[in-house]
Design a protein. Structure first.
Length: 157
């Protein structure tokens, strides 16, 4: 049976992003007074008082560097929230941030977009449907309201 794994930003990449992000900018930590920021390091929302940072991240570019894919014009970077210091990573298994409208953007092994879908409800079924296409190598889950990258999903055999 195939399962799907939400992938946080990996610790070595987080270390790089805390030094200089994918746009070459230095990290600027802040104390989150309100909480609620979707953290890509541990796949949960921040709580008031945590030290976080908004950094630029290029998820497809980094995946392509691992796999040898060439995303061409699909390479993009955008803002993501992370803890300003090392954290323990995700505490729960499963798929986070699924209780709101989301966009699933599907990519081929070559790094090209092969489809997308707005998900209003039935997130897990939509994810299964995305991976029903054998051309799909990975799926990016994005927030609808700002289009921000939330996490990547790959098949786990």
């Amino acid at each position: 049976m195939t399962t799907y794994i939400a992938r946080p930003i990996e610790p070595p990449v987080l270390k790089e992003l805390r030094s200089a992000d994918d746009a070459g900018r230095e990290m600027v930590p802040v104390t989150d007074e309100e909480g609620g920021a979707p953290l890509r390091c541990c796949l949960r929302r921040s709580v008031p008082g945590e030290r976080i940072a908004l950094v630029s991240y290029a998820p497809l570019r980094r995946w392509a560097a691992e796999t040898g894919a060439d995303p061409g014009a699909y390479d993009e970077q955008g803002p993501v929230f992370i803890h300003a210091e090392e954290c323990g990573g995700p505490a729960l298994d499963g798929l986070p941030f699924t209780n709101a409208h989301r966009t699933l953007r599907r990519y081929s092994a070559e790094g090209r977009i092969v489809g997308g879908r707005l998900v209003e409800n039935g997130f897990e079924a939509a994810l299964v449907n995305a991976f029903d296409d054998p051309e799909v190598a990975l799926v990016h889950v994005r927030a609808v309201e700002y289009g921000c990258f939330l996490y990547e999903v790959r098949r786990d055999q």
